[in-house]
Ligand binder design. Structure first.
Ligand code: UGA
Length: 429
């Protein structure tokens, strides 16, 4: 059993706290947000992640998880400190490492010189952050290890317990091995490398996933124009293990707090170094274009959009999470509002208050039917099962028009046509 502090009780930090505790480690979860800490202590998770509430409560009950706002208490006698703080993107596309730097200062200030921990960085940082920090902390007793996380929201626990790989970047093989030992029970392949390479593995992995999606979107357009069977086309690619299944679903494009940001960060570093960046830029451009296709279609059918009413069904950036960050649904909503359309929005899991804040100017609704009432067009933006089970004929009756855009391949064209809807899709079904 190791004594671990996890700094940052966001999505990654909370999953790691619960996961590490269930591997029999003793975990102190530290966050500066008092309200969040109080909620977590009471076993309440402030976001939606399947299975997490139960696992977190087990950790609390077994006294393997404690939650605190107090750095000094949280860090006392900890051999490892996991950094799970945000790393937002700045205006120029680079990653902002100020939270990481502040957390490192906090660790330095609240630990004793003779018993300083290994800092395990999970936050996605600008490439080179680890080496810079290691340089400036030299002699302090703090050692830095980069151990990127590969948790996808909505299946984060599964990813925690069945990792495809554990990547550990360090200046010291001994520190790397101590961190690897924390995950031993998971039996995953371990890759030990230097700090910078580990940081680049993270950016490269997410940028590749984004590229796969944009590739799938570009290919689907060729297939669509030719009249190909797009489901078979996708399957034909997926069956090749070199291509692999996953992230080949065309649609409204990728969003979330990771893929867009990490792709932009990779483009930024490539530009800075004079390396080719066109592929990364093209990936982002295709992603934006997927949204523009919806707007173009609505304009072609409805003419000016300033008298149009559009209902967006689904607001989360994907199903299985209530996370609205960088959601294609909201980006589309903003594009439509800019063209002065009237926009209603509904999501089965996001709170109406959160929707109102995330998409000012749109009307958040309590149900799909109330969002669709009086609409000229309905756009499916998230592949929620609650949307897949909607009665399309009822939806059609609530609308005043009949345009139906399925941005996530939830319904087949025939199904929509039977309900009297005029279907536009991305060739998913
Ligand atoms: C992503 C990675 O998948 C994780 O491995 C990584 O750890 C995580 O970022 C992170 O850096 O923390 P996540 O952002 O939760 O995870 O979401 P994904 O499941 O990768 O989906 C991203 C976006 O791509 C979603 O908007 C989704 O709708 C879209 N997508 C996904 C497609 O448009 N097509 C697909 O075939 C797959």
């Amino acid at each position: 059993m190791a004594h671990i502090a996890v700094i940052g009780a966001g999505h990654v930090g909370t999953v790691y706290a619960a996961g590490l505790a269930s591997l029999a480690h003793d975990v102190a979860l530290v966050d500066i947000d008092r309200r969040r800490v109080a909620q977590l202590r009471a076993g309440k998770i402030p976001f939606y992640e399947p299975g997490l509430v139960e696992l977190f409560r087990q950790g609390l009950a077994a006294r393997r998880i404690s939650v605190t706002t107090d750095y000094r208490r949280g860090l006392a006698r900890r051999e490892f400190v996991f950094l799970c703080v945000p790393s937002p993107i700045t205006e120029d596309g680079s990653l902002d490492d100020s939270f990481v730097t502040a957390a490192l200062r906090g660790i330095l200030g609240h630990t004793r010189a003779r018993a300083r921990p290994i800092v395990v960085n999970k936050s996605t940082v600008p490439v080179g952050t680890g080496d810079n920090a290691a340089g400036s902390l030299h002699g302090s007793g703090i050692r830095i290890v980069s151990n990127p996380e590969f948790l996808a929201e909505g299946r984060a626990l599964d990813d925690f317990f069945h990792p495809t790989r554990v990547v550990i970047g360090s200046q010291s093989p001994e520190d790397a091995r101590s961190v690897a030992a924390l995950y031993e029970a998971l039996g995953a392949p371990v890759l030990i490398t230097d700090l910078m390479t580990a940081e680049l593995v993270k950016l490269g992995s997410n940028a590749f996933l984004a590229t796969k999606i944009s590739f799938a979107n570009a290919l689907a357009q060729v297939g669509q124009r030719l009249g190909a069977d797009l489901a078979a086309l996708r399957r034909g690619l997926e069956l090749d293990p070199r291509i692999g299944a996953g992230h080949l679903r065309p649609g409204l494009g990728y969003g979330g707090s990771c893929l867009p940001k990490d792709l932009a960060a990779l483009e930024h570093v490539a530009r800075r170094l004079g390396a080719p960046y066109d592929l990364f830029a093209a990936t982002a451009a295709i992603n934006r274009y997927q949204r523009a296709r919806v707007v173009d279609h609505l304009r072609a059918r409805l003419g000016r959009l300033d008298r149009a009413r559009v209902a967006i069904l689904g607001a989360a950036f994907k199903a299985g999470t209530d996370d609205l960050r960088e959601s294609p649904a909201l980006a589309l909503g903003r594009d439509l509002l800019e063209l002065r359309a009237t926009v209603t929005i509904w999501d089965p899991h996001a709170q109406r208050k959160a929707l109102a804040a995330a998409l000012p100017g749109a009307r958040p609704c309590a149900s799909a039917l109330s969002a669709a009432r009086g609409a000229d067009a309905v756009v499916v933006a998230t592949e929620w099962p609650e949307i897949a089970s909607l009665d399309l004929a009822r939806l059609r009756r609530a609308m005043r028009g009949m345009l139906f855009v399925d941005g996530r391949g939830v319904f087949g064209p025939q199904q929509a046509k039977r309900a009297g809807l005029d279907y536009f899709g991305f060739g998913l079904t």
